[in-house]
Design a protein around this ligand. Sequence first.
Ligand SMILES: Cc1cc2nc3c(=O)[nH]c(=O)nc-3n(C[C@H](O)[C@H](O)[C@H](O)COP(=O)(O)OP(=O)(O)OC[C@H]3O[C@@H](n4cnc5c(N)ncnc54)[C@H](O)[C@@H]3O)c2cc1C
Length: 589
Amino acid sequence: MACAYTPFPEASATTRDTMSDIVFDHIIVGAGTAGCLLANRLSADRSKRVLLIEAGRKDDYHWIHIPVGYLYCIGNPRTDWLYQTEPSAGLNGRTLRYPRGKTLGGSSSINGMIYMRGQAQDYERWAEVTGDAAWRWDQVLPDFKRHEDHYKLDAGAPPVSEAFAALHGSRVPPTTQEKRINGMNGGEWRVEKQRLRWDVLDDFAKAAQQAGIPATDDFNGGDNEGVSYFEVNQRKGWRWNTAKAFLRPTCYGRPNFEMWTSAQVSRLLLEGTDNGQRCTGVEVWTGTEMTRAILKPGGELSLCAGSVGSPQILQLSGIGPGELLRRHGIAVQRELPGVGANLQDHLQIRSVYKIRPPKGAQSTLNTLAASNWGRMKMGLQFALQRRGPMSMAPSQLGAFTRSDPDQPSANIQYHVQPLSLDAFGEPLHRFDAFTASVCNLKPTSRGTVEIRSNKFEDAPQIAPNYLSTPEDRQVAAQSLRVTRRIVGQSALARWQPEEFKPGAQYTSDEDLARLAGDIATTIFHPVGTTRMGRDDDEMAVLDSHLRVRGVAGLRVVDAGAMPFITSGNTNSPTLMMAEKAASWIRAGQ
Ligand SMILES: Cc1cc2nc3c(=O)[nH]c(=O)nc-3n(C[C@H](O)[C@H](O)[C@H](O)COP(=O)(O)OP(=O)(O)OC[C@H]3O[C@@H](n4cnc5c(N)ncnc54)[C@H](O)[C@@H]3O)c2cc1C
């Protein structure tokens, strides 16, 4: 049974016999990326009782912390919800595994660790669609910096430019000079340089430059066009998830903070008011019994269950599209047609190139991991130095560019990997190869998340509808051509790359879009299923402060709130949103 949880001997989180004998000022559902940060910020006020509820278990599983362990966390019921998408016509009828983290830290415990903010213009668009300047780039930048701990600003690190210092945060107390430039300390979210490089990726970066993509040393200044190794959320070679960053040791030491793990919220408790509804708490399944957590009058509940979990909980509680709720015999408490609509995701199209490593150059992970000696060497490197392939994020090299010169800004992203496989969960190929995965950063296809029944135990139906618009199919074909242009440059010639997937014989737009459907898969960035928007936007679920329309005492603070997907990986943008929400909640706004 889930219980009030005292994770470390020194922690003083309250324990009691039953979980529902006190009420809370703040209840947070989901201890994932957003939930952990929110729990930290809200429990900093010792006069407020804060409860954090997580369906998954503690993050005390070794593969969560060893970076390469994402391979063993995805598809593992210990850490993953094990969702599967509905068949997509754009994927030629295929369904995909749809991993979502189910443990403390949520998806930040199983993700690729890439630190990426997106583009300034993403947030300008959010401000426009919500009518709220708080989402403009210059207004979100302080929220990114507030929790950032960037290695380039460490004490003793080589000096950085004023421009860089103005864009980034650090835990190191700033000098007066830095304060003037940077304005504030950073926080808990560690950003580090990767601890390994690969010869073939170095040459891919050179080839990208030959193809016109400039080198960059910072993807996070607002315009990410360029090529470089990604920076990652790691500390000294270990994964840095949001549970380590925001719960340990701070929250665990606070007497006003309580956490329930292995506790799945089944629905919200609502009561009628003169103006609509008010959230009064939640019903929670502990594995053996159904219990409740109750809000104090004037208290607030934040749903941080992610782009799949939050719309599911809302729909099970009678908040969502009326027709869907009635179909499943759920009384409509508040009709909001946008709950579960507007699903957006980045679809990665994975071109694989067989290569012949030149004399003296490193081979790829495929062949390294195939030999006992190679595996032993990797194990030793990690054990002794926290370096080598076991410290590796799934993708090391990144590039942002345009699928055609008429695009106003970078609209595709590369994740380049010194490995290849048929699909995640399948073994690595036995031959040397690299994968140049490319995704459309601004897809126009939209999907849905809908409950399958009125039972909370049933996984919802996830239908991303990938490649369902002509624009997305066009960008898919163009981006495969950009990949070929890069790989065809002289910097890669010494590797003798040979296109294994999709196959060099296919050249027409039609063929390339169809083949993209065969080799593409999610890059795990579902957003938008409870999006914010203006008052007159009937598909908006939230107002611009992330409050659920027509339901007092309830916000959704997670990736589902994004109106448009960001142009890059979505973890740190979600943290930024949680930072903003925390300040609004604390200020009663
Ligand atoms: C495999 C993978 C790789 C990725 N790689 C990257 C990357 O390299 N960089 C990057 O920036 N982004 C990456 N992402 C995306 C990023 O991790 C997510 O966008 C981000 O974590 C979303 O945060 P969230 O708070 O919305 O949801 P989550 O972090 O998923 O948190 C939701 C939490 O709610 C819990 N929950 C759900 N339902 C319930 C319920 N009913 N009751 C109680 N608890 C519940 C879940 O168990 C989970 O802990 C990746 C994601 C995945 C899955």
